[in-house]
Each structure stands twice: as structure tokens, then as C-alpha cells.
Design a protein around this ligand. Structure first.
Ligand SMILES: NC(=O)c1ccc[n+]([C@@H]2O[C@H](COP(=O)([O-])OP(=O)(O)OC[C@H]3O[C@@H](n4cnc5c(N)ncnc54)[C@H](O)[C@@H]3O)[C@@H](O)[C@H]2O)c1
Length: 255
């Protein structure tokens, strides 16, 4: 098998529709020589149906990243399909409605805690659950939305992403000695199920359409997926704790 990820064994979380960033990652990874195992959350029959639309049907393991039992059993379940992992993709985010759309000042702690558990803490949980299968050269890659700024309507999800960006740096710190890298792709707005659940998401769409120096296609997940593949590959061997922006250049602009 040839390709950027020839012979690599990947665990990809976060597929729920074929618009999911994770779906593009899994598809491109297979096209580039990787063997892919998916995890799915909640609507398993839907995820299994979507998994069959990949170039090669991929096995799907159930995983709620907040479920300690499922996390503890993950490595054994993955071992039923591959004998180790070279890469793990965290493509997971969720915040209750109270935390989004301008709700920053009123969201209750229980809802904020859910957002942080699913979107931030889970990055570490997933990496640790997969760690028994990983060795030197391994890579963990996650998806963020530029958390250096306060965005209208993103609210506690923005705080969760700031935490994720920090968590990735700490994972880089703690797993570096094992030769395992941790990096994030900071994507511009894309029309996925998660994005549609953010009231006022159109504001991002308009801003990117108007201002991104390279322009921005809201329905093309491939640029973000390509960056994930690059970070999973052997072509960033000395890069960890990094955030690669795939946003048409929007982050580089002043106000
Ligand atoms: N769409 C965008 O505009 C955009 C931009 C930048 C970053 N991101 C990030 O990309 C990642 C993927 O999101 P997407 O846009 O592809 O949307 P998506 O809705 O396709 O994917 C989100 C995934 O999170 C999963 N998930 C939610 N709660 C979970 C839990 N408890 N356990 C396990 N999985 C759970 C869902 O099942 C779903 O598969 C997220 O981290 C998101 O914040 C998205």
C-alpha cells in the first residue's frame, strides 16, 4: 500500500454524518494507505451506515468519551481489529444549548461542566485510553476553533476550546518522552451537525466569506482533513504541542 499514511493504523472518533470532519479524515486516510477503526457515539446504527460509505467499510466501536467503562475497554476492543495504533484523531465537541448563542453569562455550571468534559477533558481521556496501543512515532490530533479570541455566540464552547488547546500542549509535554506527538488543527467554520447546533453560526460563515485572504468554502472539509493527515504522518516528526490553522488565513488578520 502506498500513500502518505501507508501502513498506519488509525483510530478516528467523531463520525456522525458524511459531513463530519472525521469522515473526511477517515476517507482520505484510507485513500492514503491507512487502516482505519472508527468510534461512534449514541446513534450507532447511523454511524455504522456512514462507515459503509468510506472507500473501505471501517469497523465501529461504541465510545462515549465521558464513559469511564467504555474508555477502560477501548484498547481491547481496538485490538480486535488492529494490533496497535499509530494515530488517534479526536474530532469531538459538544455543549448544551445554554452554553452557546450568547448564553455565556447565564449557563449553569452543570451544563458548562458537560461541555468541558466532552470537549476538553476527553482529549486526555481518549489519548490515555489508546496509549497501551501506541509507541514512538505515534500521533494524537484534535480539532479546535481559534480560542485566542472571544467570538460572538461561541461562548462556553470557546472556553472549552481554549482548554483543549492547553490540554494538547500538556499532552505533548507528558507524552513526549514516549515519542508521541499531540497537535491540533484549528479549522474555519464548516457546515457540520455540530456547527448547525450553534445558534447564530451564520455570523462566522459571513465573516469568513468576507475576510479570509484565501477565501473559504463552508462545505469543504478536505483542507482540514488534509492537515490532520499531515500531522498524523511521518512528515512532522519533531512537531508537538502545535496548532495548525486551516482557516483560509483568517486568524492572521487584525480587527
Ligand atoms: N464545524 C466547524 O465549523 C468546526 C470548526 C473548528 C473545529 N471544529 C471541531 O471539529 C470537531 C468535529 O466536529 P464536526 O464539525 O465535524 O461536527 P460533527 O457533529 O460531525 O462531529 C462532532 C462529533 O462529536 C461526537 N460526540 C459528541 N459527544 C460525544 C461523546 N460524549 N462521546 C463521543 N463522541 C461525542 C458526535 O457524535 C459527533 O460525531 C469538533 O471538535 C468541533 O468542535 C468544528
Amino acid at each position: 500500500m502506498s500513500g502518505l499514511l501507508a501502513g498506519k493504523r488509525l483510530l478516528v472518533t467523531g463520525v456522525i454524518t458524511d459531513a463530519s470532519i472525521a469522515f473526511s479524515v477517515a476517507k482520505l486516510a484510507q485513500e492514503n494507505g491507512a487502516q482505519v477503526v472508527l468510534t461512534g457515539f449514541g446513534r450507532m446504527s447511523l454511524v455504522e451506515r456512514i462507515a459503509k460509505r468510506l472507500p473501505e467499510a471501517a469497523p465501529v466501536i461504541e465510545l462515549d468519551v465521558t464513559n469511564e467503562e467504555q474508555l477502560a475497554g477501548l484498547a481491547d476492543k481496538v485490538r480486535e481489529h488492529v494490533d496497535g495504533l499509530d494515530g488517534v484523531v479526536h474530532s469531538i465537541g459538544f455543549a448544551p444549548q445554554s452554553c452557546l448563542g450568547g448564553g455565556f453569562l447565564s449557563a449553569p455550571w452543570e451544563d458548562v461542566a458537560t461541555a468541558l468534559h466532552v470537549s476538553t477533558y476527553s482529549y486526555k481521556s481518549l489519548a490515555m485510553a489508546a496509549l497501551p496501543l501506541m509507541g514512538p512515532g505515534g500521533a494524537v490530533v484534535g480539532l479546535t476553533f481559534d480560542a485566542t479570541k472571544a467570538w460572538p455566540v461561541y461562548d462556553w464552547m470557546g472556553v472549552a476550546k481554549a482548554g483543549l488547546e492547553s490540554a494538547s500542549r500538556y499532552l505533548a509535554l507528558h507524552l513526549g518522552a514516549k515519542g508521541i506527538r499531540s497537535n491540533l488543527v484549528s479549522a474555519g467554520p464548516l457546515r457540520t451537525m455540530a456547527a448547525k447546533s450553534i445558534p447564530g453560526f451564520e455570523q462566522f460563515e459571513d465573516a469568513w466569506a468576507d475576510r479570509a485572504p484565501l477565501g473559504w468554502n463552508l462545505t469543504d472539509q478536505e483542507p482540514a482533513a488534509r492537515a490532520c493527515l499531515a500531522l498524523l504522518s511521518d512528515w512532522f516528526p519533531a512537531t508537538t504541542g502545535e496548532i495548525v490553522h486551516v482557516d483560509g488565513g483568517y486568524h492572521a488578520l487584525g480587527a
